[in-house]
Design a protein around this ligand. Sequence first.
Ligand code: SAH
Length: 211
Amino acid sequence: MDFVAARAKLIEHLSAEIKDKRVLAAMSHIPRENFVPAARRHLAYEDGPLPIGWEQTISQPFIIALMTEALELIGSEKVLEIGTGSGYQAAILAELVTQVVTVERVPALAESARNVLDSLGYDNIEIHIAEEILGWKRGAPYDAIMVTAGAPNVPSDLLAQLTIGGRMVIPVGSRHIQELCKVVKRQDKTVVRNLGGCRFVSLIGKNAWEK
Ligand code: SAH
């Protein structure tokens, strides 16, 4: 299968809606097939989510692009991702900013993401195993936070790890269906904008969903 051609076609498709050229450029040279289990590699450039084991999924490329664009990254940021999963989203963030911290609760996923990211030469991604408090407090504050699992609400523990002026993208809703929310933390208030419907696996933990 010609992954290069398939990837170019996917990026072309995404560019109808996604206007951030840096996001499209990052996605146009990251081999998504490396982040997908071998048996599904032929589907790597379909615009859909794919199972990655442990009942988890690598998100749909369009949603990934939309969420990344919403973070309004210019290059010098430190970004936190919740839910490393395959590591694909972390790779995109690593192309766009100085420093990426990503947290995963399934150790086996964190380990395989580490292997793929190392094999591609990324040296600006820290991967941590999730602890009791959501996020990674020791690295806070972050200029942007991307949550790639669905939460019942915007967790205050994550909001606390965001800088003033920082952006967070997070799916909020029920366990089965959510709205993608863009949260901007201002000095005086927090502004939330709805970017549309989505379906994510559950964010598990304190102030989120039970296992
Ligand atoms: N961003 C990933 C997709 C993530 S799927 C990618 O690019 O492939 C959501 C992930 O969130 C799952 O791997 C799940 O184990 C993880 N997760 C769920 N709750 C979490 C928590 N509290 N902290 C860290 N990771 C969590």
